[in-house]
Design a protein around this ligand. Structure first.
Ligand code: C2E
Ligand code: CA
Ligand code: CA
Length: 725
C-alpha cells in the first residue's frame, strides 16, 4: 500500500521521439532539394550565357552587314543604281566571311560611326586577298575596319562590275560557304545549346517542382505525424488518467476505492496531531441484496449510488468516503477532538444510508456501522499500550500494518453491529478481534472436520401425535470431534454459514438424507408401510444460490426419492434475506413437488404475510413455545393461535420439542397432528433409527442395511457413540 504507488500518470522514460529520425531525413531532403534547384539554376544560367553569346555573335554579324552596306554607300558617294560588293568577315571567327551583293539604296540613312576594334592583320589579309586577285578590275577597293569587322568593298560599273563580282565571288565564295557552314554549325550548336538549355531548364524546373512537391509532401507527412503523435499522446494521457482513476476509484459511485482510502488513512495517521483522533468507520448496507434481487441490478445500482451520495453528504468535506465492496463503505475522519464527535458522525452516516433506502423502496433496509478510533497521538507516551489498535511508527511497514489493523477493526465492529441486529452502530473493542480470530479458527476446524468425515447426519423421527406412528424424519447435522466429542450445531452452523462452508456441507446433508430415506423406503415397500418423508434444514445462503433448485432436483433424481417425500425447512430469515431471488427458487422448488416448511415459527418475525405470500406447506412451531405448554398461558395462546392460523391458511402445523405426553395431547386437541421431540426420540444415527423403527413396528421394521450407518469415509467412528444420552 502507499509506497511506490503514485496517482499521477507518468510518461515512459526513454521513449524515443519517433519523428527525430524523420526530421533528420527531412532536413537532408530539403538540403538536397535546395542543392538540386540551385544546381539546375547554375547549369541553366551557364547554358543561357552560352546561347546568349552565340546569339550576340549572330547579332553582331548582321550588324556588321548593315554597317558595311552603309559603308559602301559612304565610300562611293553611292549613286543610286550602282552595284556594290561588300565582303565582310568577322575577325572573331577568323574565317567567317560573307559576301553581300547589294543594290545601293537611293537613300542612305545617317551612317553609324565606324569605330571598330578589328585587328589590323585580319583587315590586311582581306585587303590583300581581294587586291591581289582583281585589283585592276576594281574601280576602287577599300577595306575598312568596321565595328569588330573588316569590310572589303569594291565598286564596279557595267560588265566589269559583273566580272569583278564573279571574281570576288570565286575568291570569297568558298570562304563564305565555309563560313556559312561554320555559321550553320555554330547555329546548330547554338540551337543545341538552346535546346539543352531548354531541356536543362525544364528538367531543372521539373526537378525543382518535384522536389518542392516532395518537400511539401514531407512537411505534410511530418505535420500529420506530429498531429497523430499529439493525438496518441492525448489518448495515452486520457488512458493513464482513466486507469489511475480506475485504480483508485469505484466505477459506479466515483468514490475512492479500498486502495485509495487506505492511502488516505495512511496520510491521516502521518498528519496526526497531539490530542486529535482519527476515526475509521465500516458501513455495510443491510438488506441491500433484497433490493438487487427484487428490483434488479440497475435499480440496485441506483439505490447504491443514492446511498453513497447521502452518506457523502453526511460527512464533513475533508472526510473520505470509499466504496470497498458491493454494499460496503469505509469512512475516514481525522482531526477529531473527542470520541463523541466520531460517534455523532457515524450515527449521521448510519441514518443517512438507512433513510435513502427507506425513502426509495418499501423495504426494511438500513446500515450497520462499525467504528474504531486511533489512540490519541501522544508523542511522549511510549507505543504499544494495551488495546491500542495503532502504534505510531515511522516505518512504512508499520504504517501499512496500522492501516490494515484499523480497517480490520472497523470491519470487526461492523460485524458485531450486524450480529446485534440491523441498523446498529458498534464501537470496536479488543474482544471483537478475538472473536474474529475465533471465527477464523472455527471455520478452519470445521473445514478440517468435514474433510476428515467427522460430520454426519442424524435423523429425528417425526411422528403422528395421535398414533405415535413414524411418518418421517428430520435430518440434523452432527459434528463429532475425536477429541472434543460432539459439537452442537448451534456452535458451528453459523460458522458454516459465515465461511460459505454451508454450501458443500448442506449438499452433503441433502444427498445423505435423500439416499438414506430412499433406501429405507425401498425396504419399507415390502412391509406395505407408507414411505417416510425427510425434512432437511437449509440456510439462506443455500437458497440464494442461483442453482439451488437444480441441486435439489439432481439430488432427488440421484437418490431416487420422489419430490413429495422431501421437505425443505427454511427460517423466516431466508424469506427476508432472499426475498427476490429466493422467492423464485422457492416457487420453483414448490413446482417440483418438494414441500417447504417454515421452521422455528413463533419466534422472531412470525409474520402472517410470510405464511401466506410464500409457497409454505408446513409450519413448524418452535420448541421454545411448545416447552411452555402446560405452564405458560402466553405460550399456549400463541401455539393454539399458530395452529389455527396454519390450518386456516391450509398449512400443516408440526410441533417441535414435544417432551411430554401432556404437550402432545394439548397440541392434538388444538389440531396439530404431527410432531417431533424427545418424548418419541432424539436425533439418532441411522443405525439407531433403524433399531427404533424395529422396536416400534415389530415385524414391519426394515432390515438393517450397510447404509444404515454414516458412510465410513464421512464418519471416522460410530456416530451412535457420539449421541447424547
Ligand atoms: P431445528 O431445525 O429447529 O432443529 C431442531 C432442534 O431441536 C435440533 O437441535 C434437535 O435436536 C432439537 N430437539 C428435537 N427434539 C427436542 C426436544 O424434545 N427438546 C429439545 N429441547 N430439543 C429438541 P439441533 O440438532 O441441535 O439443531 C439445532 C439447529 O441447527 C436446528 O434447529 C437447525 O436450525 C440447525 N441445523 C441442524 N442441522 C442442520 C443442517 O443440516 N443444515 C442447516 N442449515 N441447519 C441445521
Ligand atoms: Ca428444522
Ligand atoms: Ca426448529
Amino acid at each position: 500500500m502507499g509506497a511506490g504507488w503514485s496517482l499521477k500518470g507518468s510518461r515512459r522514460p526513454g521513449s524515443s521521439d519517433p519523428s527525430g529520425r524523420g526530421g533528420r531525413w527531412l532536413l537532408l531532403g530539403a538540403v538536397l532539394a535546395t542543392a538540386l534547384v540551385v544546381g539546375a539554376f547554375v547549369v541553366a544560367l551557364v547554358l543561357g550565357r552560352l546561347a546568349a553569346s552565340s546569339q550576340a555573335a549572330a547579332k553582331q554579324h548582321s550588324n556588321v552587314l548593315r554597317t558595311s552596306a552603309k559603308l559602301l554607300v559612304e565610300v562611293e558617294g553611292a549613286d543610286s543604281g550602282q552595284r556594290g560588293y561588300l565582303l565582310t568577315g568577322n575577325p572573331s571567327y577568323l574565317q567567317t566571311y560573307t559576301l553581300v551583293q547589294a543594290d545601293i539604296p537611293r537613300q542612305v540613312d545617317t551612317l553609324d560611326a565606324l569605330t571598330g576594334k578589328t585587328e589590323q592583320p585580319q583587315v590586311d589579309r582581306l585587303r590583300i586577298l581581294v587586291a591581289q586577285k582583281e585589283a585592276a578590275l576594281a574601280r576602287s577597293i577599300e577595306v575598312r575596319r568596321t565595328q569588330g569587322m573588316a569590310a572589303a568593298v569594291a565598286l564596279a560599273d557595267g560588265d566589269r562590275g559583273q566580272v569583278l563580282t564573279d571574281q570576288i565571288t570565286a575568291i570569297v565564295l568558298p570562304l563564305v560557304q565555309d563560313s556559312q557552314q561554320q555559321d550553320m554549325s555554330s547555329d546548330r550548336a547554338a540551337g543545341r545549346a538552346g535546346t539543352a538549355v531548354l531541356v536543362a531548364a525544364s528538367v531543372g524546373v521539373a526537378l525543382a517542382v518535384g522536389l518542392l512537391v516532395l518537400l511539401i509532401w514531407l512537411i505534410a507527412q511530418r505535420w500529420r505525424l506530429a498531429t497523430a503523435r499529439r493525438d496518441a499522446e492525448h489518448a495515452r494521457d486520457q488512458l493513464l488518467k482513466s486507469l489511475s482513476q480506475q485504480a483508485t476509484h469505484d466505477a459506479l459511485t466515483g468514490l475512492p476505492n479500498r486502495r485509495l482510502v487506505a492511502d488516505r488513512l495512511e496520510q491521516a495517521l502521518l498528519r496526526r496531531e497531539p490530542g486529535r483522533l482519527v476515526a475509521v468507520m465500516y458501513i455495510d448496507l443491510d438488506g441491500f441484496k433484497a433490493v438487487n434481487d427484487q428490483y434488479g441490478h440497475a435499480r440496485g445500482d441506483e439505490v447504491l449510488l443514492r446511498a453513497a451520495r447521502r452518506m457523502r453528504a453526511a460527512l464533513r468535506p475533508a472526510d473520505t468516503l470509499a466504496r470497498v465492496g458491493g454494499d460496503e463503505f469505509v469512512a475516514v475522519c481525522e482531526g477529531l477532538t473527542a470520541t463523541e464527535e466520531g460517534h455523532a458522525i457515524a450515527d449521521r452516516l448510519r441514518r443517512s444510508a438507512a433513510h435513502t433506502l427507506n425513502d426509495e423502496l418499501a423495504l426494511s433496509i438500513g446500515a450497520s456501522v462499525g467504528l474504531v478510533f486511533t489512540a490519541p497521538y501522544e508523542p511522549s507516551t511510549p507505543d504499544g499500550a494495551q488495546g491500542r489498535p495503532v502504534r505510531l511508527a515511522i516505518s512504512q511497514l508499520d504504517l501499512d500494518a496500522a492501516v490494515e489493523d484499523l480497517l480490520t477493526s472497523a470491519d470487526d465492529a461492523m460485524y458485531e453491529a450486524k450480529r446485534q441486529g440491523r441498523g446498529r452502530l458498534a464501537v470496536y473493542d479488543v474482544a471483537m478481534a478475538a472473536a474474529r480470530h475465533g471465527r477464523r479458527e472455527d471455520a478452519a476446524a470445521l473445514r478440517q472436520a468435514f474433510d476428515a468425515g467427522h460430520l454426519w447426519v442424524a435423523y429425528q423421527p417425526m411422528v403422528d401425535l395421535g398414533t405415535g406412528e413414524v411418518l418421517g424424519v428430520e435430518a440434523l447435522l452432527r459434528w463429532t470431534d475425536p477429541e472434543r466429542g460432539p459439537i452442537p450445531p448451534a456452535r458451528f452452523i453459523a460458522t458454516a454459514e459465515d465461511s460459505g462452508l454451508i454450501q458443500p456441507i448442506g449438499e452433503f446433508v441433502l444427498r445423505t438424507a435423500c439416499e438414506q430415506v430412499a433406501e429405507w423406503n425401498t425396504l419399507r415397500e415390502a412391509t406395505g408401510r407408507p414411505p417416510l418423508t425427510v425434512s432437511v434444514n437449509v440456510s439462506s445462503r443455500q437458497v440464494s444460490r442461483p442453482d439451488f433448485c437444480g441441486t435439489v432436483a439432481r439430488t432427488l433424481a440421484y437418490g431416487r426419492l420422489t419430490p413429495d417425500l422431501l421437505c425443505v425447512e427454511i427460517t423466516e430469515q431466508v424469506l427476508i434475506d432472499a426475498v427476490g431471488a429466493g422467492t423464485a427458487e422457492l416457487e420453483q422448488l414448490s413446482g417440483l413437488g418438494v414441500r417447504i416448511a417454515l421452521d422455528d415459527y413463533g419466534t422472531g418475525y412470525s409474520s402472517l404475510s410470510h405464511l401466506h405470500r410464500f409457497p409454505i406447506d408446513v409450519v413448524k412451531i418452535d420448541r421454545s413455545l411448545v416447552a411452555g405448554l402446560g405452564h405458560s398461558e402466553r405460550d399456549e395462546a400463541l401455539v393454539s393461535a399458530i395452529i389455527g392460523l396454519a390450518r386456516t391458511l391450509h398449512r400443516q402445523p408440526v410441533a417441535e420439542g414435544v417432551e411430554t405426553a401432556a404437550q402432545a395431547s394439548l397440541l392434538r386437541a388444538w389440531g396439530c397432528q404431527q410432531g417431533q421431540g424427545f418424548l418419541y426420540a432424539e436425533a439418532l444415527a441411522a443405525l439407531d433409527l433403524e433399531a427404533f423403527l424395529l422396536r416400534r413396528g415389530a415385524g414391519a421394521a426394515p432390515l438393517p442395511s450397510p447404509r444404515s450407518t454414516p458412510a465410513p469415509d464421512r464418519s471416522g467412528r460410530d456416530p451412535a457413540e457420539a449421541e447424547p444420552a
